[in-house]
Design a binder for this molecule. Structure first.
Ligand code: PGA
Length: 259
């Protein structure tokens, strides 16, 4: 794992956005795996700003989102379809047929999950997967005790995730209990992974992901098995790491030191 620690959340998000921008500029027909959530907002803001400045086109880029709620209408303001349209797809020049999000309203959800997994494989796999992390260590909606070998499937949200996401909904009862999510094995198949975590409330999950045992209780710890996983942190999210000084010495301010 490459652990990159930045002074501020904005710097960490900017650096991750720069990685995605570099990927698209060098491979304009690449496939990106995309995340949703508050942490992702400043990353998408930078991609949109770069596009509006005329410095990048997403016309040839294919995307696969990690997850979507079950039974929430696609046009619902809190669906991940709506999130992606508003934060990234509509302000940029993505082609609708190239953007993929699981259909949580499919009549046969198990079939939809298999279709989604196959669609990722059939397009040659994901070149770079952008991830956030939940306070409970989830990636996508792979909640603690998810199989580390899991593929895209229906999952039940953990009570702590329902509570964390209830800040967006009117009442906790409005938060959907089911979702379709890429599995942990799906995520690990990506050629590269870039995870962003900011703020003190993520610091325990971050420690468990990087320094804890490989364990289904912290699904993000599965990234320890990946050969090209980069973890972008602000100083608060990094604050509980035991080997903090080591990571900072390897990549001061998130950068590789001059050799
Ligand atoms: P957040 O969600 O960015 O809203 O904290 C991240 C996640 O749960 O994966």
């Amino acid at each position: 794992m490459k652990v990159l620690i930045f002074d501020t959340a904005q710097q960490a998000a900017d650096a991750l956005a720069d990685k995605l921008i570099k990927q698209v500029l060098s491979h304009p027909t690449c496939t990106l795996g995309l995340a949703t959530g508050g942490t992702a907002n400043p990353v998408y803001d930078k991609l949109v700003r770069t596009h509006l400045a005329g410095d990048i086109s997403f016309k040839g880029v294919r995307t696969f989102n990690l997850d979507e709620y079950v039974a929430l209408p696609i046009a619902h303001p809190l669906s991940y379809h709506t999130y992606m349209a508003e934060h990234l797809f509509e302000p940029c020049d993505f082609q609708t047929e190239n953007t993929h999000i699981p259909n949580g309203n499919a009549p046969d959800l198990a079939k939809e999950a298999r279709r989604y997994e196959n669609a990722i494989t059939n397009c040659g796999g994901i070149d770079c997967q952008f991830l956030g992390i939940g306070e409970n260590g989830h990636i996508g909606f792979n909640e603690p005790t998810s199989s580390l070998a899991s593929l895209t499937r229906v999952k039940t949200l953990a009570p702590s995730t329902v509570e964390a996401n209830s800040r967006y909904f009117e009442t906790p009862e409005d938060v959907p209990r089911l979702c379709i999510t890429m599995g942990i094995a799906t995520i690990l198949r990506a050629a590269e992974i870039a995870l962003l975590a900011v703020g003190k409330r993520k610091s325990e999950a971050v420690r468990n992901m990087i320094e804890g045992p490989l364990a289904a209780m912290c699904p993000a710890s599965a990234l320890q098995l990946h050969q090209h996983a980069e973890i972008y942190l602000d100083s608060e999210a990094a604050s509980r790491l035991e080997l903090l000084d080591y990571y900072k010495s390897v990549h001061p301010c998130g950068h590789a030191p001059p050799l």
